[in-house]
Design a protein around this ligand. Sequence first.
Ligand code: 6PG
Length: 244
Amino acid sequence: MSPSSGGPSTETIVAGSREEQAAMAAELLARAIQEAVDARGVARVALSGGTTPCDTYRCLASLSLPFRQVAWYWVDERAGDPGSARSNYEAAARDLQLEGGARGRVFRMESEAADLTAAARAYEALLRRTFGVASAVSFDAMTLGIGDDGHTASLFPGLGVVAIADRLVAAIPEQPAKKLEARLTLTAPVIQEARLAVMIVRGAGKRAPVAAARQSGSEEEIPARLLQRAKGRVVWVLEKEAAG
Ligand code: 6PG
C-alpha cells in the first residue's frame, strides 16, 4: 500500500494485533488531547461508532490525561433511543466511562428526536456555540471507521450526502435495503477540518474498501475518499488483516 495514496499529511500504521491497534490509536488520541489542552486549555474530540473503536476507547480511558478538560462530541449517531445497544453515544460513554462528569463535557447528538433535520441544525448550533464564533469548527482529534461500502461517518455512497458543503451536520435518511436506521452525521467539510483524524480499521473484509478509499476516484462511490482532501493529519491505523 502506498503511503502517498492520501492527502498531504496521510500516514499509515499497521498493527500486528487488535490489542496493538487499540494501543496505537489510543496513543495518537492521547497525544492530540494533551497537546490541545496545553495549547488551548481544552481538547475537542469527535467519536465515531461501530464495533472497531471500542477497545481503543477503553485503552484511552485507562491513560492518565487531563480528562476534565476534554469536550466529547460525536461524528455520527444512529436514530433511536440513546440508551439502546445501537447508540454510538451509549457505546462510547460506556467504554470511555463518560458518566459523572469526571471525564469532561459530553455533547451527544439527539438521536431520539422525531425531526432529525431539526436535530442536525441543533447540533450545528451547538458546535458553533461551543467552538466559539471566531474559531473554525476544527476538532483536535476525531475517530473514523470505514464500512464495507466505503462509507465513513454516516456519509454513505449513492445518497449524494458526501457532497454536502452547506452544513456542518446532516440528517441521513434510513436505508431499508441496507437495514440501516436514519442517522445524524458531521459533514465532509468538518471531517476534513479536523487537526487529527484517526481511521481505525480491522478485518480482512475491509481490505477492498481501504484500498479503494486510498485510490483517486469518485467520493460519491467511496465516500471515505473525502480524507484525500483533509486539511489536517490523517492516520490510518490498520490491523494487519485490513492492510492486506
Ligand atoms: C457508525 C459509524 C460508521 C463506522 C463504520 C465502521 O455509526 O456505524 O460511525 O461510520 O465507523 O461503519 O464500523 P465497524 O467498526 O463496525 O466496522
